[in-house]
Design a protein around this ligand. Structure first.
Ligand SMILES: Cc1cc2nc3c(=O)[nH]c(=O)nc-3n(C[C@H](O)[C@H](O)[C@H](O)COP(=O)(O)O)c2cc1C
Length: 186
């Protein structure tokens, strides 16, 4: 799948995760894609905790809200952390979380390319996640995502429906040409 296809086909589907084992090589490929993301001053603030196995995932899920318990059905959950120490603040704006976001999008796209399902989730109790995973104090837990093979056979139809129903603001709404509020075209 080419990059643009992965972008078009990526969707968040925590409702369709399976426990099918993911090859270590595939997990490494996904993490490697994340690692190759750009970052301010190349500080690479991201760190990834790969959580596998029913018991470990179940313990982690205990720190998630009721509305995100579907992570229990995943073969893997990736927990993305970053610390402010690896930040380039410019004009009062911290960039380490932005950098982590770039890495996460690479990760999501690589997973899509490899036929894996993801779903970014931020609705967890951070202090509990940190305690369970023994994450050092100075790191923030930025986001988590299940990583799983899709639960067949219902996945295909669910993904199609999700992509069909995807709502995004139009280009006209979010893009200005030359000056703010000046609409037009390239
Ligand atoms: C930073 C971030 C946090 C999110 N947190 C949650 C979450 O806690 N629970 C959830 O069900 N979805 C969460 N999502 C998924 C979004 O709702 C989803 O990406 C959005 O609706 C667009 O759908 P799509 O990813 O299928 O294109 C999160 C997404 C992002 C980018």
């Amino acid at each position: 799948m080419e990059t643009l296809n992965a972008i078009s086909n990526r969707c968040s589907l925590k409702t369709h995760l399976s426990k099918k084992a993911i090859e270590a090589e595939k997990i490494a490929q996904v993490l490697d894609a994340a690692r190759l993301a750009p970052s301010a001053r190349n500080l690479q603030p991201w760190r990834f905790v790969v959580v596998q196995g029913d018991e470990a995932i179940s313990e982690l899920a205990s720190a998630f809200t009721e509305t995100n318990q579907e992570v229990r059905n995943a073969a893997v959950v990736i927990v993305v952390c970053a610390r402010e120490e690896d930040d380039v603040t410019s004009d009062g704006k911290p960039y380490y979380l932005f950098d982590a976001g770039l890495a996460v999008e690479n990760l999501l796209l690589a997973a899509t390319d490899l036929g894996l399902v993801t779903h970014p989730i931020l609705m967890f109790r951070e202090s509990e996640v940190k305690k369970i995973l023994e994450i050092p104090d100075e790191y923030r837990v930025v986001i988590t995502t299940p990583l799983a093979y899709p639960d067949e056979p219902s996945y295909e139809a669910a993904a199609k429906a999700r992509l069909r129903e995807r709502t995004r603001k139009s280009l006209e709404e979010i893009t200005f040409y030359g000056r703010w509020a000046k609409q037009g075209s390239i």
